[in-house]
Unconditional design. Structure first.
Length: 99
């Protein structure tokens, strides 16, 4: 006879997703997408100037309107990284590259 499952024998998906080592690559991918999607929420003042394109290996790629803004944002790179990392309460980014 098959073992009967009780509601207590099941785990929540969120618990499995957060704790199991096999899900680490997927957790990292989700974190990367979160940075891209949340960029405009974190920096609403930059929405007309820069657009987050992708995150690879903790590097955020920003498409910038023109070279003047690219230069200005390059000077503020450390502040941008710090604000994003504080928003996510984790070291989400190490650097930013401008396209």
């Amino acid at each position: 006879m098959a073992k009967r499952r009780t509601p207590d024998s099941f785990k929540k998906f969120s618990d499995v997703f957060e704790k199991e080592i096999e899900f680490e690559p997927l957790r990292q991918t989700v974190k990367n997408y979160d940075v891209v999607f949340e960029f405009e929420k974190i920096f609403p003042e930059l929405s007309s100037i820069a657009k987050a394109v992708k995150v690879e290996k903790q590097i955020l790629y920003l498409k910038v309107e023109n070279s003047v803004w690219k230069s200005e944002l390059n000077f503020q790179k450390a502040r941008l990284i710090e604000k994003i990392n504080n928003h996510f309460r984790a070291k989400a980014l190490k650097g930013i590259k401008f396209l």
